[in-house]
Design a binder for this molecule. Structure first.
Ligand code: FAD
Ligand code: NA7
Length: 529
């Protein structure tokens, strides 16, 4: 016998928790949330690696919907680390009384839309059966871990971990540690653990552009001012492009003198923040090759200044566009001046195999290790959608429907999958994410209210609307330099994954306008039954 709910939500991170609150408290619906994790928090439950930090500033890496919570919750650093964010999300779960409706340690194995009863039939990995009229997938866009299939990986005798499933009890002090991956996560881990471990071998595939994060304590006066200004802050965030709590620059790089450019970059370097460096300095770093080269050259000059050994500096110097997710760090380049840190460039000297004792590179050297860390990122955006059996009309499997790359209408719905609402689905906004999550959840809560008020049994995007949205996202992406760099933003990090558009890159303000225009036009692009 299946247990029936109005709404089933998969995922108990920022997205799933807010969906539960909105559907239950605003619409009075009966909601059940499932997460395979042992606690709430999503990303911040899983990513417990040393140095894990949000690089969105504290004052905007939170929910904006609860005005009292904004006033009550305190922070004392410019950025929040993983324990601080997890504590916040656990507090929210208690404050909003979410826990009774969340079932943890429960993976969803299958969710099938049944056309006979217009319900979602859901099965957990322990065999429980549930049905619901609406299914919300808040599966996380950086959640399905990517462990590369390297020869011999199963033979390693030491501890082997992925940063996205970090065990609480892993001891690194005094150990010989290897790390594969130098993205946002890798740079954080490397910088954090280098002083602690006996020896650290960094296996780098691509050199990275990264700028200082600029973390540190903030004063009580600063926090008080933020709290006073919150209405204006959120209004600005919602209208902005990247939603990071600053005004994006409207100054074209070419419009100012070389001296002014240097001064602007230097000021941004001193202030800290990856998104600030890319978007607060000049208007066109992400779109104009000359402007982009200016940013590249500035960071390359910093690498040359910071890194003492010229050969290490050469290896650390990127050769491609500055067009991945902008990174920031707490002393990444300087970490390579330490005697116990070694850099192996695996493009020049590929990993041949993993052995019982460590990693053997193509030059024949066996790097002996006690612990091997994979900071190799995620099968981003659609990864978790392909890891369980999700089927729409006529038994259509999502993994087949998205074989040539995922598609959606407005990042929240998919044709052939009625009454399914995604949080941060494919071709949603590329921003600081909590405000985008709020925009999506609020919007589809309204849509469900409309469906309930008017007695509809299904709400579904049309295939035409979905195609138009994909084309829009592709055209916007093509106007940027981002497709020219190989990264998860376009699916380029996973062998065999379709290299295509995964995000709406026009920003949160524009995205919110698209959502409200759709609503004002009686939900144009949807068909109802
Ligand atoms: P998640 O928090 O990823 O939650 C998804 C949940 O779904 C997980 O708990 C997972 O267990 C569960 N789930 C998935 N599939 C199933 C299934 N089949 N059955 C049951 N449960 C399932 N964003 C920013 O805006 N700023 C930052 O600075 C930032 N830093 C980040 C740093 C790291 C290390 C990572 C990994 C991500 C970062 N992000 C950042 C992105 C971050 O993921 C989002 O900000 C936000 O936490 C996403 O929330 P979510 O609820 O959508 O997904
Ligand atoms: P990323 O940004 O995808 O970085 C993964 C890193 O791992 C990156 O340096 C990759 O090199 C490297 N990688 C991946 N596969 C391999 C193999 N097979 N061999 C060697 N190196 C490999 O993931 P992160 O976790 O750092 O960050 C993801 C987002 O999560 C981040 O933006 C934050 O928002 C949080 P590459 O650069 O592809 O050559």
């Amino acid at each position: 016998m299946a247990t029936h709910h109005d709404v089933i939500v998969i995922g108990a991170g920022f997205g799933g928790m807010y969906a539960l609150k909105k559907f239950r408290d605003d619409l009075g619906l009966n909601v059940r949330v499932f997460d395979k994790a042992g606690g709430v928090g999503g990303t911040w439950y899983w990513n417990r690696y040393p140095g894990a930090l949000s690089d969105t500033e504290s004052f905007v890496y939170c929910y904006s919907c609860d005005r009292d919570l904004l006033q009550e919750w305190d922070f004392d650093t410019r950025y929040l680390n993983q324990p601080q964010i997890l504590r916040y999300l656990e507090h929210v779960a208690d404050r909003w009384k979410l826990r009774p409706d969340i079932q943890l340690n429960t993976g969803i194995a299958a969710a099938h839309f049944n056309e006979a009863d217009n319900l979602w039939h859901v099965q957990t990995d322990n065999g429980e059966r549930h049905t619901a009229k609406y299914l919300v997938t808040a599966l996380g866009l950086l959640s399905a871990t990517n462990l590369p299939n390297i020869k011999g990986i199963e033979t390693f005798q030491g501890d082997l971990v992925h940063t996205g499933a970090w065990p609480d009890d892993l001891e690194l002090a005094g150990k010989r540690v290897g790390i594969v991956g130098t993205g946002s996560t890798g740079t954080q881990v490397i910088t954090a653990i280098a002083p602690e471990v006996d020896h650290l071998t960094v296996f780098q595939r691509s050199a990275q552009y990264t700028v200082p994060v600029g973390n540190g304590p903030v004063s009580k006066e600063y926090v008080a001012q933020v709290k006073k200004d919150y209405d204006a802050i959120w209004a600005q965030v919602r209208e902005s492009a990247v939603a990071f709590g600053f005004e994006e620059s409207d100054v074209p790089y070419a419009s100012v003198s070389p001296e002014t450019r240097q001064a602007i970059f230097e000021r941004a370097w001193q202030k800290g923040g990856g998104f600030r460096f890319m978007f607060e300095t000049f208007a066109d770093i992400a779109t104009d090759e000359e402007a982009n080269k200016g940013a590249q050259d500035f960071i390359k000059a910093k690498i040359a200044q910071i890194v003492k050994d010229p050969e290490t500096a050469r290896k650390l110097t990127p050769r491609d566009f500055y067009a991945k997710r902008p990174l920031c760090d707490s002393g990444y380049y300087a970490t390579f001046n330490r005697d116990n840190v070694e850099l192996v460039d695996v493009k020049e000297n590929p990993i041949a195999e993993i052995t019982a004792k460590g990693v053997r590179t193509s030059d024949g050297v066996e790097h002996e290790l006690d612990t091997l860390i994979f900071a190799t990122g995620f099968d981003a955006v659609d990864g978790n959608y392909k890891r369980f059996d999700l089927r729409g009309r006529d038994g259509l499997a999502m993994k087949d429907y998205w074989r040539d790359g995922p598609s959606s209408y407005l990042g929240v719905t998919v044709a052939n999958f009625p009454n399914l609402f995604m949080v941060l689905g494919p071709n949603g906004p590329f921003t600081n994410l909590p405000p985008s999550i709020e925009a999506q959840v609020e919007w589809f809560t309204d849509l469900v209210k409309h469906a309930e008020d008017t007695g509809l049994s299904t709400v579904e995007a049309t295939a035409d609307a979905e195609q138009q949205w994909t084309d829009t996202c592709q055209a916007i992406a093509n106007a940027t330099l981002f497709p020219k760099a190989q990264s998860w933003i376009f699916g380029a990090n996973i062998p065999g994954k379709k290299n295509t558009v995964y995000f709406y890159l026009a920003g949160l303000g524009a995205y919110r306008k698209v959502l409200s225009d759709c609503q004002d036009a009686s939900y144009k692009g949807f068909q109802f039954a």
